[in-house]
Design a binder for this molecule. Sequence first.
Ligand code: WT7
Length: 661
Amino acid sequence: MAAIESVLNEARVFEPSAEQMARASIGGMDAYRALVDEAARDYEGFWSRLAKQHLSWHKPFTRGLDESNAPFYTWFADGQLNASYNCLDRHVEAGLGERTAIIFERDDGEVQRVSYRELLARVCRLANALRARGVRKGDRVVIYMPMSVEGVVAMQACARIGATHSVVFGGFSSKSLNERLIDAQAVAVITADEQVRGGKRLPLKSIVDEALGMGGTEAVAQVIVYQRTGGDVTWQAGRDVWLHDVVADQADTAEPEWVDAEHPLFILYTSGSTGKPKGVQHSTAGYLLWAELTMRWTFDLRPESDVFWCTADIGWITGHTYICYGPTAAGGTQVMFEGVPTYPNAGRFWEMIQRHQVTVFYTAPTAIRSLIKAADADEAIHPRRYDLSSLRILGTVGEPINPEAWIWYHEQVGGGRCPVVDTFWQTETGGHMITPLPGATPLVPGSCTLPLPGIMAAVVDETGQDVPNGQGGILVVKRPWPAMLRTVWGNPERYKSGYFPAELGGNLYLAGDGAVRNDKTGYFTIMGRIDDVLNVSGHRMGTMEIESALVAHELVAEAAVVGRPDETTGEAIVAFVVLKRSRPEGAEAKQIADQLRAWVGKEIGPIAKPRDIRFGDNLPKTRSGKIMRRLLRGLAKGEQVTQDTSTLENPAILDQLGEAI
Ligand code: WT7
């Protein structure tokens, strides 16, 4: 809470300069307020106007919002369009075919430039191949790809034929991939032989083989493999095909499949408070509208002159909205990077900004914090050693940014000239929700400031009543907006009860975060998740998921997982474990902890590996048998237990569990 106090008392305010105001698409707070007022006066009309202006429709819509089957809202439902058409063809038709869409930099530094004309041709060739191989509108295609132009091509090719893609982050294990393939009932997988990160080659195809070997995935008729490295792969004839082979004879034009506005563009799995990840389902029109519009509002994108770079992976929502769809829908030029920020050294980001003359840079607080450390340790890779004068806007996403990191980013990277937009949003929201607007919003380090026009964000209590500014509460959104998720794939009940809980009245979207608004400014500060979801390096992890993975190990009887604040990664995962056998100590404890860590890596993926594992004879529980998680969170931080422990059967276990291995 100390960190939040310091943000609420943050006195530094950074006003936009006259120059920033003059050039921004929403220049100044008056323009922002005018849009907010327009949305308040005529909510549906506001969104409909924007949807007409920013999207190209095959068949225009006549209806805006439909709330008749709440909370299963629809937007622009009788209109038809195609996402890939909006991202590619319309720019080529407007004479912008030669504009660079993607500047792709490989891990080893090799650079490839892809124009809009070329990207469209590649998308069409794969779309034709998918069609020829029997993939149809509405089918689900799982994409398990490295950061690559081919990854974007795969997503857009699915969109072009109306297939719903589900991208699985390349760091997830075969087990996680298997679960997602089953849940989505995928008919095809698009993957690569290997991925390359930080000079290392990591397998992808063999993980797909393993996932398909686990069963339940009989619907997967084909695996299309992009050859990235030429590394060895095993091949199942009849099922596996090379991407370069299937596109070889295909035409480079393909009629887009015109889909209804509500057609599911993609499903993206994310962690919640149960053991099973949920498939967040997004629409086509509402989602794409927001991807395009937030590129212009939040990043003030000038497609003709900006070079945008979002460092996220396409396996996460940030990569969907701000790599695959947003920059292309807006017709901009973007950098896409295969590798990691620390290879060949921790100056890679700064070097790339300099090399490609990046103007708008978007990354995660965890990356900034680790690069601060690296720059402190090695002057040679400090951002001041690079020419970063091309930059004009900086953004962050994924977790709260502490004021110190914000100030460093602003000064050392942005030279004090560039507004920092701290964008709060979620997989479920499709795009930015609460964020400053460059050239308009006065900035306060550590605050995501104000909701975008049309986003009715509020802070309420447990009964859904507004709380006064200055008082903490639950972050909600009061009205459905076009880019919101439509349902949880295959589980409408979970959508309804999870996001529109009856306790809040059933009509407020529950974000799952705590928030507080500043007394004077009304600015929002996000206080972190109120459910059992952790945020590790900007990655969302369910504690229950990790617990289920741990108890699936033959040695483990019981496990409880909590987060501990961490300077670099935001939170670190700490697991309290009771074994079926006696409590291990010393070298043996260390060895079993390593074994369990590796196990979780195998079960879920390396990002879910606990930082600390602690063993006890038991876990602290209330009389009714509930694990006392608050107490465990305290122990994880190394705090003395001050809580009443009289209900504990065996208080001695607190000493055991407080002991780091
Ligand atoms: C959760 C959503 C949005 C893309 C990346 C993460 C946290 C996100 C911020 C921010 C404070 C933030 C929230 C949210 N979060 N952005 N600017 N300030 N917290 O997407 O994996 O769906 O995670 O990330 O806790 O609920 P996600």
